[in-house]
Design a protein around this ligand. Structure first.
Ligand code: IMP
Length: 185
């Protein structure tokens, strides 16, 4: 079975391949432009994205969307994480969180998989908190200001450790469970 990974980020293809190769699924990097809807829910972004791709006659594919949801900011930047990262960046998030006591936040990753005519949508979550300063130089995006254990940021832990607890790792594990329980792998 081949699944197209529809993304502009080739790094994601390798990640999916690593997790799903044990189940006889081969990933194929595909770029298909589609409009992302403006809404505050990742699941809605993914479901509408899948509708738009299926409407182009494309089947057997994966798309995903993820973001950082900060409790004290009403879930911001959430679905606007890529834009917030590009504009205000980590320094902007820390500034918004200045003097804020409630540091709770979570990363969420929603994966939509169209496979053998079925649609599976799962969301993986990783709870944690926003630090008071940037720490570490690994990873990407909001990694330097997010800690899952209240001690080290995602920028300060090895990739394998991050995958074991991260929103994306959890989402892929939920996807595999759903594929298994639907008899698709
Ligand atoms: P995407 O939907 O996976 O492209 O993620 C959207 C944005 O969320 C990225 O541009 C990052 O700013 C942020 N983000 C998603 N996942 C992570 C992560 O694991 N670490 C840090 N930032 C992330």
């Amino acid at each position: 079975m081949k699944l197209k990974v529809i993304t502009s980020n080739p790094g994601k293809v390798a990640e999916y391949q690593r997790e799903l190769s044990g189940y006889g699924i081969e990933m194929e990097h595909t770029r298909i432009p589609y409009n992302e809807v403006q809404t505050s829910e990742l699941e809605e972004v993914v479901n509408k994205g899948m509708d738009a791709i299926v409407a182009q006659g494309v089947r057997d594919f994966i798309i995903d969307d993820s973001g950082l949801f900060v409790d004290a900011l009403g879930g911001f930047p959430g679905v606007w994480s890529a834009y917030a990262q590009k504009t205000i960046g980590n320094k902007g998030i820390l500034k918004l969180m200045e003097d804020v006591e409630d540091r709770g936040a979570e990363f969420r990753c929603c994966i939509g998989c169209d496979i053998s005519g079925k649609r599976i949508v799962v969301t993986g979550v990783c709870r944690g908190s926003i630090t008071y300063s940037e720490m570490g130089d690994g990873g990407f995006g909001f990694d330097p200001v997010f800690t899952h254990d209240g001690n080290r940021t995602f920028s300060q832990i090895p990739m394998d450790e991050k995958n074991a607890v991260s929103h994306r790792g959890n989402a892929v594990r939920l996807l595999i469970d759903a594929l298994k329980s639907n008899g698709l792998v």
